[in-house]
Design a protein around this ligand. Structure first.
Ligand code: SAH
Length: 560
């Protein structure tokens, strides 16, 4: 089913579809508009429709394509040829007319495609084109029970629905509130039955649906294999179906255990930490540290204790969405809280309604880092954003410094911390200009906010002597007006006036400019705080571009 955590790809091929795409996006906040780069601007750009659709499909991303159903079918045909046999692992795929007049569910019946089609159709005020016979006849897809329930055997399910369609009556055994409104041919003593039970049993003529109402509570750690094995064994002992497992619950003290995380992943259930709430029947603690708890209703794992919080420090790249690495985009879609300097937080959107933005001033880095750990230790998924790469004059070092200062804080150290790299401004600017960083280079921040100016001067002198290409970050600001000119004076003592210089301003952002000059002509008035300054080495050279105005600048890989 579509929700904020499984963002759909809304695929558009031209500007004519944008309005409809936005209306669908408003229905599913967190979903992203994928636009054909040459024709339309979306949240994510792609260049070749077929390969892009197949990639989305392979990654199990729900696809809402605003184009002819035939185009979707042609694009996915080769992917489908390999997969049709296994209909259980298929994302929902829909075609929607670009003017919003038709909604056609194509694939992913078990992923709830008809439910999505109904939702989109309602948002667009049209009728969905539902073609699934079971669904039309009974008003619900029996093979797609709601969240909290799972069908035991899909193949068996399909046969069962065929029998029903042939006219056989059925009875419902157990608690299935979603079937109350279904138009089923019920009969008290029918041979066919839908049975809702957490217990494993196989009875011919029964469609088995398991409520996810079992929690495996851990009290002692062991290796990942043995956790998985022991949970399986305990479930078997109690005749419970493995699919009835809703979550693994462990004490807070086990939060940082990697084997536990791997075990929960292998069991394919959420891992929660804390104590078991009231309302469960416990099925006897075993001396191997596993206890099974049973709820009369499906368990929403988010009501059990807390999750292990995560803190992910990401780089957005220089600005445009296509220069953000997919892992950073993924972290953003999973985030509950997003922290950062306001400009960057805005750049990281669009956001879903449940996501909380914490925008702070650029200078409050340590405070922001500590706030991020506080939120993450409550079990939230926290993302701290930087522009470019988070490890280059940005938040990753501040976050690690905060953790280093709080190493005996058990809550903070239990947080799942990771850093996702990004395309740094020097790399983005270099790529636009050609390859000025093609040989040895260094990155220097000219900001003397956190380091003495004398250190900067020494480094500049050494880098100039070593004939390194230099990328200057933070070259000037209103509070630091003279520093760049002073830096250039130092360089001119070592480097010839003809040394090539690349200036990239707002690279990857609206109003991007790129220019090439030489060291003798460079003046601080050409540079501001949104500019990347790349000073070439003695071997950096250029030649005119033929595709457009300007030069290709590069530093050869060899040295004389
Ligand atoms: N972490 C960032 C750098 C932060 S320091 C990164 O890896 O890119 C901020 C400086 O980076 C700015 O003063 C400017 O020199 C440079 N910068 C950041 N984004 C830029 C962009 N889009 N175009 C040009 N320079 C940029």
């Amino acid at each position: 089913m579509l929700n904020d955590r499984i963002p759909a790809a809304i695929v558009v091929l031209g500007t004519g579809a944008i309005d409809t795409a936005r209306r669908i996006q408003a229905r599913y906040p967190g979903s992203l508009i994928h636009g054909l780069a040459s024709r339309v601007q979306g949240d994510v750009a792609f260049t070749e429709l077929g390969s892009h659709m197949r990639e989305l499909y392979a990654r199990n991303t729900p696809i809402i394509a605003l184009c002819a159903a035939g185009i979707v079918i042609r694009c996915l045909a080769s992917a489908l040829a390999h997969q049709l046999a296994d209909k259980t692992v298929e994302p929902p795929v829909l075609a929607v007319a670009e003017d919003g007049s038709a909604v056609v569910p194509l694939l992913g019946g078990l992923g709830g495609v008809n439910v999505i089609a109904r939702e989109i159709a309602a948002a667009l005020s049209v009728a969905p084109a539902i073609t699934t016979s079971g669904e039309l006849r009974f008003g619900t897809c029996l093979l797609n029970p709601p969240a909290g329930y799972v069908l035991a055997d899909i193949e068996h399910g399909k046969r069962f629905v065929s029998d029903l369609l042939a006219g056989a009556p059925i009875r419902v055994d157990g608690d299935a509130p979603w079937l109350d409104t279904a138009d089923l041919p019920r009969a008290e003593h029918a041979n066919l039955a839908i049975r809702i039970t957490p217990y494993a049993s196989e009875v011919a003529g029964e469609l088995m649906i398991h409520p996810r109402c079992v929690v495996a509570c851990l009290t002692a750690l062991s290796s990942e294999d043995s956790i998985v094995e022991r949970v399986g064994e305990t479930l078997r002992e109690h005749r419970l179906a493995p699919m009835s497992l809703a979550a693994v619950l462990a004490p807070l003290s086990m939060m940082a255990s990697a084997s536990l995380a791997a075990a929960a992943q292998a069991l394919d259930v959420p891992l929660r930490f804390g104590t078991l709430p009231a309302g469960f029947e416990t099925l006897g603690a075993r001396d191997d540290g596993i206890m099974i708890a049973l709820s009369p209703r499906p368990v929403d794992p988010s009501t059990l204790g807390q999750a292990r919080g995560t803190l992910t420090v990401i780089g957005l790249g220089p600005g445009s969405a296509d220069l953000m690495v997919p892992a950073a985009r993924h972290a953003l879609t999973q985030a509950d809280d997003i922290l950062g300097y306001e400009t960057y937080v805005r750049m990281a959107g669009p956001f879903a309604p449940h996501q909380v933005l914490h925008c702070t001033d650029n200078r409050e880095e340590m405070q922001r880092a500590r706030h991020a750990f506080e939120l993450a230790s409550e079990g939230r998924n926290v993302v701290v954003v930087s522009s470019g790469d988070p490890g280059v004059f940005a938040m990753a070092a501040a976050v690690l410094e905060a953790l280093d200062q709080a190493r005996d804080n058990k809550q903070w150290t239990a947080v799942g911390l990771s850093i996702v790299p990004g395309v740094s401004a020097a790399l983005a600017t270099a790529a636009r200009a050609g390859a000025p960083l093609g040989h040895d280079f260094c990155m220097l921040s000219l900001s003397d906010n956190l380091k003495p100016w004398a250190v900067i001067e020494t480094r500049l002198r050494h880098a100039a002597q070593a004939d390194l290409v230099m990328a200057f970050y933070n070259p000037v600001s209103r509070a630091r007006p003279w520093q760049l000119d002073r830096a250039l004076d130092i360089l001119r003592e070592q480097r010839s006036g003809s040394t090539l210089v690349v200036l990239g301003r707002n690279i990857g952002r609206p109003g991007e400019t790129l220019s090439t000059t030489t060291l003798d002509k460079l003046h601080s008035s050409q540079v501001d705080m949104r500019t990347m300054v790349i000073i070439g080495s003695s071997t950096t050279r250029s030649f005119p571009r033929t595709d457009r105005d300007g030069d290709w600048v590069y530093t050869p890989r060899w040295y004389e």
